[in-house]
Design a protein around this ligand. Structure first.
Ligand SMILES: [Zn+2]
Length: 94
């Protein structure tokens, strides 16, 4: 069954949220596309909202996050925080 035509593809500029989560059941997620016939899980139509992977990780279930990861989602907007090396206090010298 290759019915890949049953999806609306959505163009998402780099850096924009490209994960579309069904807000009705919060169990289905798609990347840069949404199913034309509605959510395969609950049947809701037009219930998809875009999220970035980072925000999804804040509230999504483990299963939802894993689905997003399987779609190739990754946190790209957040810059790695530079680890601050705490300066050693050299007040040890007596
Ligand atoms: Zn749903």
């Amino acid at each position: 069954m290759s019915d890949s035509s049953s999806f609306w593809s959505i163009e998402c500029p780099v850096g924009d949220p490209d994960l579309f989560v069904c807000m009705n059941c919060l169990e289905e997620v798609f990347r840069a596309q949404v199913p034309i016939q509605g959510c395969p899980g609950c049947g809701a139509v037009s219930s998809f909202e875009a999220f970035s992977f980072d925000s999804l990780k804040d509230w999504g279930t483990e299963e939802l996050i894993q689905k997003a990861q399987a779609l190739g989602a990754q946190s790209g907007t957040s810059t790695p925080s530079a680890e601050l090396i705490s300066k050693v206090d050299d007040s040890l010298s007596i």
